[in-house]
Design a protein around this ligand. Structure first.
Ligand code: CP
Ligand code: NVA
Length: 314
């Protein structure tokens, strides 16, 4: 495995990572996946290490892929529900970070507010990895660009159209990483749902350097023309349940269905970070169709998680 100088770094948001560092993580993920299929199921570069995984929200893919990733690297992951820790009774994030740093070699955390990840990273002496916040989902975007590279053989010049909630956390990470990697991003969303200003400013700056474009469309049919990748996520993210009716009303014209996929052209593939709300943002036909990459995306979370842990914690 090639060694990159990411040792000891936290991963709170991809805005802090250079294009080369992002490419290094993706290349390591691809390498680890190849080795896994060649029979190297366990590569114990983190033998004897421990990783605390604090979850304030539910998770299937992120939790399981990090736990299995740790096992395949020879490390042990401890799943900790936020409510079961003293955090749930008011112990501060800073004190929790200081204490956990005395036991473990890294902290993976899924939190409601992004500021909590930043606070954990500020006070921990070990790397802190964002396993999703209301602002971003960097591990998802890294795995997704690994999948796109695996399927299309390139990233620079690829056109990815995100259809749906323009303020989505997964979109934020796709936008930041995509702009750094030279991926052209189109966002098809209602004008009321736009990305976070700081994320967009950072992505625009990265796009100016990589030559990528970032474009907004209100009409999803116009947006998807000639696309390589059509990507969507749920309309109602975890914690937004009270906005459910309003968001569904706004987003109904943005469903990814066969008609939209046909409009995109024959080469377009479909991606979704999952979990999907079938019948809302995507139909069964598209999810289960030949152009859907969703299961490969889910699988690649495992290999990218190993890459992240191996590079940051070894
Ligand atoms: N895509 C993703 O992060 O899924 P989970 O919420 O199941 O972890
Ligand atoms: N936007 C979704 C992503 C889930 C992986 C959420 O935050 O609920």
């Amino acid at each position: 495995m090639t060694l990159y100088n990411l040792k000891g770094r936290s991963l709170t948001c991809l805005t802090e990572y250079s294009p080369d560092e992002i490419r290094a993580i993706i290349e390591t993920g691809l390498d680890l996946k190849r080795r896994y299929y060649a029979g190297e199921k366990v590569i114990p570069v983190l033998k004897g290490r421990s990783i605390a995984m604090i979850f304030e929200k539910p998770s299937t893919r992120t939790r399981v892929s990090f736990e299995v990733a740790a096992t395949q690297l020879g490390a042990r992951a401890l799943y900790l529900n936020w409510r079961d820790l003293q955090l749930g009774r008011g112990e501060t994030i800073a004190d929790t970070a200081r204490v956990l740093s005395r036991y473990v070699d890294g902290i993976v955390a899924r939190v409601k507010e992004h500021s909590k990840i930043e606070e954990l990273a500020r006070y921990a002496d070990v790397p802190v990895i964002n396993a999703l916040s209301d602002l971003s989902h960097p591990c998802q975007a890294l795995g997704d660009y690994m999948t796109i590279f695996e399927k299309l053989g390139r990233l620079k010049g690829v056109t990815l159209v995100f259809v749906g909630d323009g303020s989505d956390n997964v979109l934020h990470s796709l936008l930041v990483a995509g702009a750094k990697l030279g991926v052209n991003i189109r966002i098809a969303s209602p004008p009321q749902l736009r990305p976070d200003e700081r994320i967009l400013a950072s992505a625009r700056q990265a796009a100016a350097e990589s030559g990528a474009s970032i474009e907004f469309y209100e009409d999803p049919y116009e947006a998807v023309k000639g696309a390589d990748v059509i990507y969507t996520d749920v309309w109602v993210s975890m914690g937004q349940e009270e906005q459910r009716e309003a968001k569904i009303r706004l987003l109904r014209p943005y469903q990814v269905n066969e008609k939209l996929m046909e409009h995109a052209g024959s080469k377009a593939v479909f991606m979704h970070c999952l979990p999907a709300h079938r019948g809302e943002e995507v139909t069964d036909e598209v999810m289960d169709g030949e152009r859907s990459l969703v299961w490969d995306q889910a699988e690649n979370r495992l290999h990218i998680q190993k890459a992240i842990l191996a590079l940051l914690l070894r």
